[in-house]
Design a protein around this ligand. Structure first.
Ligand code: HEC
Length: 155
């Protein structure tokens, strides 16, 4: 074997190794691009702060609050959202505190004078929900002061 031939044989081996390395790098690059593009649709990646699923969910609940309306999470939430936010803001509901009878009376009043429809089987569910989460026993203000040594202001 001449020196010349040996040189080329070695050169070809180097080429082959280079081609293999290039192929591996290329596959790695394609895989990286694929996995970077895929999670947006396929993986709910809450750890990195981007998550396509909740963003598309109009009924997302965070910290016990239905974000779209401000209603509290609980049994009957969706029935209430579906029946009680069509004519006025949910805030008109959530700013109120009423007993069960009070909520029923409000519903009757809207049915008689504001064209609210018959709530049918959903009425007890909605009334339950309202009487549970928007009940007058919620303490909206501090309690009255007690056992105070009042003193007289001198003029
Ligand atoms: C068909 C339309 C309509 C629907 C649906 C509706 N309301 Fe009303 N509601 C009204 C109107 C109109 C008013 C009066 C708004 C105003 O005073 O600005 C009102 C007022 C209210 C008030 C305030 C009452 C007051 O005395 O100030 C509450 C509380 C209320 N609605 C709760 C609800 C609840 C709970 C539901 C679901 C069961 C509901 N509404 C669904 C029409 C509706």
């Amino acid at each position: 074997m001449t020196d010349h031939k040996r040189f080329w044989r070695r050169e070809r081996a180097v080429y082959r190794i280079l081609i293999v390395i290039c192929a591996v790098v290329l596959i790695a690059a394609i895989a990286t691009v694929y996995f970077m593009a895929a999670p947006v649709n396929e993986i709910n990646d809450t750890e990195n702060g981007y998550s396509s699923i909740p963003e598309e969910d109009p009924d997302r609940i965070e910290n016990g609050i239905h974000l779209r309306t401000g209603f509290a999470e609980g049994v009957g939430l969706m029935e209430t959202v579906n029946n009680c936010t069509g004519c006025h803001s949910a805030q008109l509901v959530t700013q109120n505190r009423m007993s069960r009878e009070g909520w029923v009376a409000t519903i009757r009043w809207m049915q008689e004078s504001q064209n609210l429809w018959d709530l049918g089987e959903e009425e007890p569910i909605i009334v339950n929900y309202l009487a549970t989460h928007y009940t007058p026993t919620d303490k909206g203000r501090r309690e009255n002061l007690a056992n105070i040594d009042w003193y007289v202001l001198e003029e």
